[in-house]
Design a protein around this ligand. Structure first.
Ligand SMILES: [Zn+2]
Ligand SMILES: [Zn+2]
Length: 278
């Protein structure tokens, strides 16, 4: 079973003490490819450095909505320079987070729009973070896709809604627009408490059950969101197999089928050369 962890913050200081051991556990668990998204310029730099040092690691560069206010003209120029580095396979993570609201909404929209435009210009996919901003998010994605499709370059704008937390309508529209759903640790919590009272506790399994397998990407979002039975502890890519199990149950497929399909999805989404792990 070869797996792709489409979202893990390997550059996080939480791994400074044992990063090689953590990456060894990932490989032994079959996680041969890991995408490390940046959340600001410093972590984007670190993601690129790691990707150059370790086989199977690729970088995404971007400024998270929490840091949107920092994306001034100078930072944008630096981001563009980083995005042109080899082994950068996406722009992310970028998006809108009106739940924590660590940056003013207007700044978040501006930074998101600027980075969507950069992705289209460089013909890269985007890794999207969304919380409590579903309507604004979909409106911005709709217009980005419409705009990018009219360019004569033949670019197909695409993105992954990482750690998908929207409702069924959002999932359906995202899939129609050509987007992927990123499924992580929370899918393992909801299965264990099917009678859960939260909205997500009921809707995420239903969404994963109904979504076409060819539009799912798997992720850990390490070091956050550890799957059951590690919930609340530090997460790591080796735990991706637990997410495969839950998705397999919901999709009524074998774990091997889910692994093969989502690995193929990741390879085409991130445009990784013919399945060769470099
Ligand atoms: Zn996120
Ligand atoms: Zn993340």
């Amino acid at each position: 079973m070869i797996l792709i962890d489409s979202h893990a913050h390997l550059d996080s200081p939480e791994y400074d003490r044992d990063r090689p051991a953590m990456l060894g556990r990932a490989r032994r668990a079959g996680v041969e490819i890991i995408i490390n998204p940046g959340v600001d310029l410093a972590s984007s730099h670190k993601a690129i450095e790691l990707s150059a040092q370790e086989k199977g690691i690729y970088a995404a560069v971007g400024v998270h909505p929490h840091d949107a206010a920092k994306l001034d003209t100078e930072a944008s120029a630096e981001l563009r320079r980083l995005a042109n580095q080899p082994r950068v396979v996406a722009i992310g993570e970028i998006g809108l987070d009106f739940y924590r609201n660590l940056a003013p909404c207007g700044k978040q929209r501006e930074a998101f729009e600027r980075q969507l435009a950069l992705a289209a210009e460089l013909r890269l996919p985007v890794i999207i973070h969304q919380r409590a901003a579903q309507d604004d998010m979909m409106a911005m994605l709709r217009s980005w896709v419409a705009g990018a499709r009219t360019t004569p370059t033949g670019y197909h704008p695409s993105g992954v809604l990482h750690c998908f937390s929207g409702d069924m309508a959002m999932a359906e529209e995202a899939i129609d627009l050509g987007f992927y759903l990123g499924i992580g640790g929370p899918v393992t919590f909801t299965l264990r408490c099917a009678s859960g009272t939260g909205k997500n506790a009921r809707s995420l399994p239903a969404i994963v059950r109904k979504a076409p397998l060819e539009r799912l990407l798997l992720e850990t979002d390490s070091p956050y969101l550890a799957p059951h039975p590690h919930r609340g502890k530090r997460n790591e890519p080796a735990y991706l197999a637990l997410i495969v199990q839950s998705v397999a149950l919901l999709q009524d497929k074998t774990p091997e089928e889910v692994a093969a399909a989502t690995t193929a999805n990741g390879q085409s989404f991130f445009n990784l050369a013919d399945g060769v792990v470099k």
